[in-house]
Design a protein around this ligand. Structure first.
Ligand code: ZN
Length: 260
């Protein structure tokens, strides 16, 4: 039934669905760190507190039509609302192209939605809320029963290795330098990634995260005039590594193994 639908229809529906969920993720990104409800109160202008009407809440479109401004007080909304909606919509389409319109895609979508939320909260506050990562571990373990090439044991070992590797790094770093380097949030995040993608994803994710983290870290250090004490959140890089593994991991690993 689903296979017989034209791709343009499936793609438009998926894009809209992704944008709507992206809009909800924006709410989570702004409210979860302050322990506010993500349901009440309704979306409002942060400057004049006026509650936004339905046509000001249409994902992507409202932002473009109002040029990112509140209609009453003219306050500028962050363009990030728009980019988070667009990013989530693109990820939704990419997943349907990758795994089809299946329950597996829905599971992966939950996973990438959690990663998007974690990324922007970590960028803003240098924290990764347990309220996302810990249930994420459990959902990932349950999800493994749905994915034939994942399976429970891959997922379970993924949690142990994902959490264990960063815990060891954190303890080692603290023993050598006497300072906290790796946050507990990163440890739980990599455990969640291991749960959803299996233990094979852990070295790949760490490798990609470290490469991008080092490059961006050097750029940031040069621009901030080499103050290496300033923390650079690692969560966004782990999320980038995990999404890369989800879409390209198998191909890259096969290519790599083919070299020998
Ligand atoms: Zn306003």
């Amino acid at each position: 039934m689903v296979e017989s639908l034209p791709f343009s229809f499936v793609a438009s529906f998926t894009f809209l669905f992704g944008a709507v969920i992206g809009s909800f993720l924006n709410v989570c990104i702004y409210r979860l760190p302050d322990h506010e409800s993500v349901v009440f109160p309704a979306s409002h202008c942060r400057a004049c507190s006026r509650v936004l009407s339905w046509y000001e809440n249409v994902p992507l479109l409202s932002y473009l039509l109002q040029r990112g401004k509140c209609r009453t007080c003219g306050a500028q909304f962050s363009s990030r609302y728009f980019w988070v909606e667009l990013l989530t919509a693109i990820l939704a389409i990419a997943l349907v192209m990758h795994s089809g319109l299946t329950t597996v895609s829905i599971g992966y979508f939950l996973f990438v939605a959690a990663l998007v939320t974690i990324t922007f909260i970590d960028l803003d506050h240098q924290i990764i809320p347990d309220v996302i990562s810990l249930p994420g571990v459990v959902v990932g373990l349950l999800f493994s029963f749905l994915v034939s090439h994942l399976g429970f044991w891959n997922s379970f070992i993924g949690v142990i290795i994902g959490g264990g590797v960063l815990l060891a790094v954190a303890l080692g770093y603290k023993a050598i330098t006497g300072r906290e380097g790796m946050g507990g949030g990163d440890i739980k995040l990599l455990a969640m990634i291991g749960a959803f993608l299996g233990w094979q994803s852990v070295p790949f994710t760490l490798f990609v995260a470290s490469c991008f983290g080092s490059i961006i870290g050097i750029v940031v250090m040069i621009r901030r005039h080499a103050d290496s004490q300033l923390p650079l959140p690692f969560g966004p890089f782990l999320a980038l590594g995990a999404v890369s593994y989800l879409f390209f991991g198998e191909r890259v690993i096969n290519w790599y193994l083919g070299l020998f």
